[in-house]
Design a protein around this ligand. Sequence first.
Ligand code: FES
Length: 124
Amino acid sequence: MANGTRILVCRTCPRFVPNPRHDRTDGAALGAEIAALAVANGWNPGDVRMVNCLAGCKNPCNIALDGDSKYRLRFSLLGPGVGRDVIKAAQQHGKSTNGDIPKAELPEKLRCRLSAKSPPRIGD
Ligand code: FES
């Protein structure tokens, strides 16, 4: 279950790779992987949102965990194959009170990929 957590996946990454020789970006492939795993774990399809940018273009692929009144966590330098770790981190985010998951508690593959942490939006 999502517990209010949404997974945002940049489908545009890697933005600066000229003329990639594949029919979809790594970000789109990662998004499809995450969406399939999320649904298999009982999440609503709408809990995974494909977006055009997460402001981490220099270090693709990027995903973010977001939720009302929770920290937004962005992870960079990802690619297809890390979907299970993203789902695990999203479950931790959903269970936490404010989304501020200590780095040491994140799935190992994501620990060194945390690239931004934004506090909850003011006014929520
Ligand atoms: S294009 Fe993917 S984060 Fe900007």
